[in-house]
Design a protein. Structure first.
Length: 178
């Protein structure tokens, strides 16, 4: 019977421990990567929904409320704009599907559309130098669910000094950042 070399046992134990730990670490990475990919696709779908809203109604959805609330209120339900008396009303939307697993409600019962990463969106309509509401920015706060900045009508999204914006997903319709 052949003897097992003394170094073989520690190597065998090392392989039994290291391989599963490595696999578990990569599966966690894969899980995060998949969620970020879904969030990026959701941002593209939201951008298309906002543009379709503008095509139908002639203007972007308002930005005077929370971005997640704006999505739920203006993009996830049927809209009937005010029309001239005696004319037929057009019904528009919904522009994106509202799923209960992608939502929450605040204490007042207002529904909010959440990112696949769990955070609330920020949204602003960008006003150009001629005071035209010409573009928009929508921001997903990323895996940490911290926005790390503000959205405004002049600059779009402005990160603050906390570094919390490093994992944000940002879409600007005027192509300055996507």
């Amino acid at each position: 019977m052949k003897k097992i070399p003394c170094y073989a046992i520690p190597v065998f134990i090392l392989v039994i421990i290291v391989v599963p730990v490595t696999v578990l670490n990569f599966s966690g990475f894969s899980y995060s990567y998949r969620h970020v990919a879904v969030a990026k696709n959701t941002m593209k779908a939201l951008a298309m929904a906002i543009e379709k809203y503008k095509d139908d109604l002639g203007y972007y959805p308002p930005d005077n409320i929370n971005g997640s609330e704006m999505i739920a209120r203006y993009l996830c339900q049927h809209l009937t704009p005010v029309h001239a008396p005696g004319t037929d009303a057009n019904i528009y939307g919904p522009y994106i599907v509202f799923k209960e697993e992608n939502s929450t409600a605040d204490p007042d019962g207002k529904k909010r559309f959440l990112s696949p990463l769990g955070g609330e969106y920020s949204y602003a309509v960008i006003v150009d130098s001629d005071k035209n509401r010409s573009a928009f920015v929508i921001v997903d706060p990323g895996l940490d669910k911290k926005l790390g900045g503000t959205s405004n009508s002049k600059d779009g999204f402005v990160p603050d000094s906390t570094g919390d914006a490093n994992d944000n997903l940002i879409y600007r319709s005027d192509s300055q950042s996507r």
